[in-house]
Design a protein around this ligand. Sequence first.
Ligand code: GLP
Length: 244
Amino acid sequence: DIFATAEKGAKWVAHEIANLIKEKAEKNDPCVLGLATGATPLGVYAELVRMHKEEGLSFKNVITFNLDEYYPMNNKSAQSYNYYMDDVLFNHIDIPRDQINVPDGEVSKEGIFNYCSEYEAKIDSFGGLDMQILGIGRTGHIGFNEPGSQLDSKTRLIMLDALTRRDAAKDFNGLNKVPKAAITMGVGTIFKAKRVILMAWGEGKAPIVKKALEEGQSDSVPASYLQRHSDVQFVLDVPSANEL
Ligand code: GLP
């Protein structure tokens, strides 16, 4: 779906999420959401916060799992995805704290393997995610599933691609301060979501959007695997769609 502006696309995605939350609440069911970070979903979170404040949208039945976190990372530092999520969403809505799951950037090196399997098992205990929202990195990553990630990959520690680290350097005041690794849900974890929405805004994303949608599926562009998911939508603005 191509929208005239990123703002319009983000609002549409926020309304899809709100509808799902309400649908589940009517049946007294939990709504299990997979959430993303980066600049791309900011408009979605702003609209959800607005709907909470102005329209009384409640998040009491919502359980969230974030895609990824840098590693190692102090969860309280401004560059962490834990901080980002509190700042742009969780601090402004009525979601119970114990229903929020963001990978822990402070887990010990020795504990990380078990930590990742527990994160995966917790998602499975809800029967997978009801909906996963995604951005896309210029390497074609979803979450931090860099090129080389396999379709059946699970939550794990991954080394970041050089291009991803260069793109992150502005947030960290220099490339040498960007963590070298991250904890990320796998492509397989994302695939267990019943519905997937990938958003991309701006002409900088146009080449990778074209590769993800129009070239063959391969681990060199992990987002291309989404072509075989049974319920996936790409939500684009005009500039990100202009090479299609
Ligand atoms: C980051 C995140 C991804 C995100 C992507 C794009 O590194 N790990 O989840 O989708 O890169 O970021 P942005 O939305 O800022 O363009």
